[in-house]
Design a protein around this ligand. Structure first.
Ligand SMILES: *[C@@H]1O[C@H](CO)[C@@H](O)[C@H](O)[C@H]1NC(C)=O
Length: 290
């Protein structure tokens, strides 16, 4: 469990104080999954992810999650032998009567919308990988990772793929990180390459309202890919990691109107989801894997 991992990290740091360890920053939350857990463990209250939100009505998280072998882990999973997690959507992934959306998302258990994860200076880490067996339909817009404000009025940032509604998408097979949707600024984009994890670290300064992006693929060290960009991060809220599929041909309230094909079996694989406190400048860029 996260507390044990953190304790072990602390021990190692004390024993080898000169070794440049990765992930030595204080953690705000840890969504990395120990290899002894199963998908069914996420049906009950746990200290990793919410077992309430976001899931299709009547579904349990064990029906929307698949744990992958630790050997398939991302940059920040490998060292600890931790497991990637796949988030799946089906025709039944209808949350909160949003009939034209299909969605399943993980929210960190401690992230209640008013907690410290949206205060001060934090770095959010996550890695995303395609599942070639359960591909997304790139005719649609998908949100994969986002911060939704506590009053549900905006997303302060959102990672999208597919055909973005209301825009000309040159290549839908792209990961596009947008800032606050009220402003619509594109912060960073990169090809969504099959077979490799895409590792993101977002340095979120909630005091200065800036977002800075660090990125790599596979097990490469993260590198800075943007400056600290002005981006309205106010409003606190919750971080979502999963698949939110929007309809095509929607008009008005697209949670209710638009087309969703039947018979879908789609998913995205996540690794290395965690957040660290960067108020003192601490940030993990390498997993220290030789
Ligand atoms: C992808 O989505 C479009 C629009 O909803 C639909 O017409 C098409 O049949 C879908 N393709 C597949 C392979 O499901």
């Amino acid at each position: 469990m996260p507390s044990l991992r953190f304790f072990c990290g602390l021990l190692i740091t004390l024993l080898w104080p000169l070794q440049a360890l990765a992930q030595e920053c204080t953690l705000q939350f840890d969504g990395r999954i120990d290899a002894d857990l199963t998908a069914a463990d996420f049906n009950d209250a746990n200290d990793i992810f919410s077992n309430q939100f976001v899931i299709g009505q009547g579904l349990a998280f064990s029906q929307a999650l698949r744990l992958l072998p630790a050997a398939a882990g991302s940059l920040f999973d490998i060292e600890g032998g931790l497991e990637p997690v796949q988030v799946l959507i089906s025709d039944d992934s209808i949350f909160n009567n949003q009939l034209a959306f299909r969605r399943a998302e993980l929210i960190p258990a401690s992230n209640d919308g008013a907690d410290a994860s949206t205060q001060g200076v934090k770095t959010l880490h996550f890695s995303v990988l395609k599942d070639l067996q359960r591909p997304l339909n790139l005719s649609h817009e998908y949100q994969l990772v986002f911060l939704e404000s506590a009053d549900f009025s905006t997303n302060q940032f959102v990672l999208k793929t597919g055909t973005i509604l209301g825009q000309d998408t040159a290549d839908p097979d792209t990961l596009q990180l947008f800032g606050n949707v009220n402003d619509g600024q594109l912060l960073f984009s990169t090809a969504f390459t099959p077979g490799v994890f895409h590792n993101f670290a977002l340095l979120l300064d909630f005091d200065a309202s800036t977002t800075q992006v660090f990125f790599s693929t596979a097990n490469d060290d993260l590198v800075q890919v943007t400056e600290a960009l002005q981006n309205d991060l106010s409003g606190q809220g919750q971080f979502h990691f999963g698949v939110l599929k929007k309809p095509v041909n929607g008009v008005g309230d697209i949670t209710q109107n638009g087309d969703q094909p039947d018979g879908i079996n789609e998913g995205i694989i996540f690794g290395g989801v965690f957040q660290e406190d960067s108020s003192d400048g601490c940030m993990s860029l390498t997993a220290n894997v030789e």
